[in-house]
Structures are given as structure tokens and as C-alpha cells.
Write a protein that binds this ligand. Structure first.
Ligand SMILES: C[S@@+](CC[C@H](N)C(=O)[O-])C[C@H]1O[C@@H](n2cnc3c(N)ncnc32)[C@H](O)[C@@H]1O
Length: 245
């Protein structure tokens, strides 16, 4: 997943098998590279916004391969914990961060959020606000109930003033047989599948949090004047919600 995404972002940390999978995705979603870039730009704007409102602790779940505007490069004064389960991501992240004292790389699987929280708790103070970043990862968890449980578990320890930021693929009005083809590609990764989800899902996960305007929108529209994407096309939704005081 990380290496397919790296390929879409124009990176070089991908293998032939990743490029072959990417080619199959491009047959179904020709604008996948633009979606990847829009998602990455959203991540940068979110982190910049959060730094601006005083957040200085980040838990970045599903970090991906280092590219431009990694969280610790935007939030330069913050403590950042990167979590991923892809060994290639972990090697790159550790190399990049070798001389970055406020940043930690933790091997973790989001299927076990409690374990991640316990490990991250060695570096982050959950008694103070923490930003939990779930960028372009939850769509690799095909089971709706599991995703809801993961987000609930991650929200549980958060102090007032903390926040959860999410970006997530949605299928637009892709014909069902195309959706199946798209899912089939990710069935060959260790995620075992992928699922597009709509606004109502994000609203459920962030229920009870104070959403930063403009709420749950295509990532291109969040604090940006980028062109509005075709709402019927496959795309990425994003939102940020704060734990109320
Ligand atoms: C599409 S990339 C997104 C990278 C980054 N968050 C971004 O938005 O630019 C998804 C990342 O999630 C990671 N990932 C997928 N399933 C995971 C799991 N169960 N536990 C931890 N990380 C996972 C992949 O290894 C990959 O690095």
C-alpha cells in the first residue's frame, strides 16, 4: 500500500510488483495520482493548521514512505510519533529521522490500536492535547465495524483539545464492477481489501467532536481554493475534529 502510493506520488521507493498493482488501479481510477497528491497536500494543510492552534504532539498512523512535507518537517517544534507496519516504511523512516530527536518511529499494526497507544504513550503525553492522524489508511480496513472500533479506541485516551484528523477514499459513482476490480487489486496486498466510504461514515467516527470548518469535504476543499473535484468521481474525503473542553 505504501509503495503503490509512493509510485502515485512520483517516488522511487517501489518495486515492479507495486508498479504492476498501480497499473491495475490506474485502469479503474485513472486520476489516482492526483488523488494521492491531493491527499498529501491535505495532510500538509492539516498539520500546519494544527501547529497554528498550538498542537505540539502528533500520532501519525500509517505514515507511508517519506515524501515531501512529512509531519515532523511541517511541525518542526512538535513531538511526532510515526506508526506503520510496512518494514520498508520503517527502514526509510528510521533513516530519515536518525538525527531528529523529537520524532519516534514505532512499528505497529492498526488492527491493535491499544498496543499502539501503549507504545506511543512512552513518547506522547496523553494528559495534554495530541493530534491523531488517520490519513489514507482506514480505507484499507474493509470491515466497517472494525474501523468504528479502532477510531473509538484511539479517541478514548484523548484529553480535551486533542483532535482526530481523517482522510478516506470514497468510491463516487464508480460502477459496481469497477469497484470490484479496484478492490481486487488491494486484495493482493496484506490489507486483504479496500473499501470506499462516504461522509456518513466519517461523521459517525467523529461524532461528538467539534469539526473544524468546512467539516467533512473533499480534501481539495479543506482550507484550500483548489478546484472542486467532480463529486461523482472517485475521491478522498477529509475532516478534522477536536475533543471539546
Ligand atoms: C496510502 S499510505 C498513506 C500515507 C500517509 N498517511 C499519507 O496520507 O500521505 C497508507 C499507509 O498505511 C500503512 N498501513 C496500512 N495498513 C496498516 C496497518 N494495519 N497498520 C499500520 N499501518 C498500516 C501502509 O503501510 C502505508 O504506509
Amino acid at each position: 500500500m505504501a509503495r503503490i502510493y509512493d509510485y502515485f506520488l512520483g517516488g522511487k521507493d517501489n518495486y515492479a510488483a507495486d508498479r504492476a498493482a498501480a497499473a491495475r488501479i490506474l485502469e479503474v481510477i485513472p486520476h489516482a495520482p492526483e488523488m494521492a497528491r491531493a491527499n498529501r497536500a491535505f495532510l500538509g494543510r492539516v498539520v500546519r493548521h494544527l501547529v497554528g492552534v498550538g498542537i505540539d504532539q502528533f500520532l501519525d498512523l500509517g505514515t507511508g514512505l517519506p515524501t515531501r512535507e512529512n509531519v515532523h518537517e511541517v511541525a518542526t517544534e512538535a513531538r511526532v510519533v510515526y506508526v506503520d507496519n510496512d518494514p520498508v516504511v520503517l527502514v526509510h523512516a528510521r533513516a530519515l529521522l536518525a538525527d531528529s530527536p523529537r520524532t519516534e518511529v514505532v512499528e505497529g499494526n492498526l488492527h491493535d490500536p491499544e498496543r499502539i497507544l501503549a507504545d506511543a504513550g512512552e513518547y506522547l503525553d496523553f494528559g495534554r492535547p495530541v493530534a491523531v492522524l488517520l490519513m489514507a489508511i482506514l480505507h484499507f480496513f474493509p470491515d466497517d465495524a472494525e474501523v468504528a472500533a479502532i477510531v473509538a479506541a484511539l479517541r478514548r485516551p484523548l484529553a480535551p483539545g486533542s483532535c482526530v484528523a481523517v482522510s478516506h477514499g470514497h468510491a463516487g459513482e464508480l460502477p459496481p464492477d469497477w469497484r470490484r476490480r479496484g478492490r481486487a487489486v488491494y486484495a493482493g496486498t496484506y490489507a486483504g481489501g479496500a473499501a470506499g466510504r462516504g461522509k456518513e461514515h466519517l461523521a459517525g467516527w467523529l461524532d461528538g467532536l467539534e469539526l473544524v470548518p468546512p467539516g467533512i469535504v473533499p480534501v481539495q476543499k479543506w482550507h484550500s481554493t483548489e478546484e472542486t473535484p467532480d463529486p461523482t468521481a472517485v475521491g478522498v474525503l477529509g475532516a478534522v475534529g477536536f475533543v471539546p473542553h
